[in-house]
Design a protein around this ligand. Sequence first.
Ligand SMILES: NC(=O)C1=CN([C@@H]2O[C@H](COP(=O)(O)OP(=O)(O)OC[C@H]3O[C@@H](n4cnc5c(N)ncnc54)[C@H](O)[C@@H]3O)[C@@H](O)[C@H]2O)[C@@H](O)CC1
Ligand SMILES: [K+]
Length: 244
Amino acid sequence: MTPQFETTAGVAVPAVTAEQMREVDRVAVDEIGLALLQMMEHAGRNLAEVAREVADGGRIVVLAGDGGNGGGGICAARHLANGGADVTLVLDRDADELTGAAARQRRVLAATDATIVSESDVGNAGEHLRDAAVVVDALVGYGLSGALRGTAATLVEATADAAHVVSLDVPSGVDATTGDAPGVAVDPDVSLTLALPKTGLAEAAVGDLLLADIGIPRGVYDTLGIDYTDPFAGARRVWLRNRT
Ligand SMILES: NC(=O)C1=CN([C@@H]2O[C@H](COP(=O)(O)OP(=O)(O)OC[C@H]3O[C@@H](n4cnc5c(N)ncnc54)[C@H](O)[C@@H]3O)[C@@H](O)[C@H]2O)[C@@H](O)CC1
Ligand SMILES: [K+]
């Protein structure tokens, strides 16, 4: 039985596997014409607003990988810096290794006064996270393959002592479909998942669960035969709970 979620207003929200979400992404981009950067901007803006609320004026550290999840985190760092927050971006690889949308987001971030730490400067990962009011986890989302390894794993281990952790889409290290953690995984206070909740979020430790509207038109879900009712009612994001 596919786990179901619902909004606090009682609207049923279907959960999807990583594979199904990849299909949603593909149809949105290839068939409907929505650009990845458009969806990523909504992801990043929502993430920035959530992180800003939790930080309450304190320092924010964003951990970012090199995929769509990382791109959303780097975008959030821009919106946070634009709003005057004290933001540090810590990358799990060197900045010049970033590709695609994540590279584009990092290029734009350079026009803010955010501090950018590349993998080679990470050194003692805990150092960068020590006095953060909020750590944003944008290392890996539904693109996880196997147990977290390398700098991403090191950074995830350092989040254990963080005051507050907000994960983008899926806590890094958690399998979006099953909820299993093959290796280390983030144990967040809040997870901000995108467009539709993933089936694994019903099983994993996700903290409080928020669903963000990233502007996907219902025609994408209709094309894929996903029974979708708008859960947002005009809001940018809504709280979800497991549907018993
Ligand atoms: N419609 C959607 O669902 C959208 C999703 N977006 C984001 O895009 C994400 C999916 O993007 P991608 O497919 O690029 O994948 P991810 O960004 O989830 O993960 C890929 C990255 O994780 C790293 N990685 C994977 N397994 C690892 C492991 N075991 N150890 C260390 N590093 C590992 C890869 O090197 C790569 O850098 C979603 O989770 C979401 O955050 C947004 O960009 C906007 C649209
Ligand atoms: K994540």
